[in-house]
Design a protein around this ligand. Structure first.
Ligand SMILES: [Zn+2]
Length: 203
């Protein structure tokens, strides 16, 4: 059997990843969004995918747009309120093929106090210590620009695995070469966050 990424179209892959994330507490009902780039085409989960669809939506609900016609995509009625940061990342780093924003169960407690997350497991050491973007209004262009700034200098991570930016009191956003790699890294980061937390019980 072929690997998942070769069996599914891009919208189908986004649906698969959304379900995978929601089933495993990698994001919640309150939010998150998933996008992928194929050449000039951007695919993105619809706004309120968690709240209104419980992450169970159809291929027709995936928003499709063009990076070269970004203003048209922003006007789409189902354009995700958290989509600006995705588009800013694709524009700044053309080698990025996938972006996932999520509210992972074990990362959220760190964001509540804006505490960076150091790697304590071998599976996460390639990500370095996860850092925060500057305080900015939610869903704003200012927030998107700040996220792009934190990713600067992490190009090698974005080209091979993932670079991540923590969002104060909110969640995390990852940039990767493709969706399957991005999902893999998201789960590694969430497990690593749990391992950091669990040190307190073990000590
Ligand atoms: Zn969010």
């Amino acid at each position: 059997m072929k690997p998942i990424s070769e069996r599914l179209t891009m919208p189908e892959l986004i649906i698969y990843i959304a379900k995978f994330m929601f089933d495993r507490d990698l994001t919640d009902i309150a939010g998150g969004n998933i996008s992928a780039r194929d050449g000039d085409t951007i695919y993105m989960t619809p706004t309120l995918a968690g709240n209104q669809w419980h992450w169970d939506f159809d291929t027709d609900d995936v928003v499709v747009g063009s990076l070269s016609k970004i203003d048209e995509m922003k006007k789409h009625p189902r354009f995700s309120r958290e989509g600006l940061s995705h588009l800013a990342i694709y524009q700044a780093y053309p080698f990025v093929g996938a972006v996932i924003h999520a509210h992972p169960k074990y990362i959220l407690p760190f964001t509540a106090q804006s505490k960076p997350i150091p790697p304590v497991l071998n599976s996460s050491k390639g990500f370095g210590t996860l850092q925060y973007h500057n305080e900015a209004p939610a869903y704003s262009q200012e927030q998107a620009d700040s996220i792009v700034g934190v990713l600067k200098g992490q190009e090698d991570r974005m080209k091979t695995k993932a670079a991540a930016v923590l969002m104060p009191r909110h969640g995390v956003i990852l940039a990767s070469p493709d969706l399957i790699t991005c999902l893999d890294c998201l789960q590694r980061m969430n497990t690593n966050a749990f391992a950091v937390m669990a040190q307190k019980w073990i000590d």
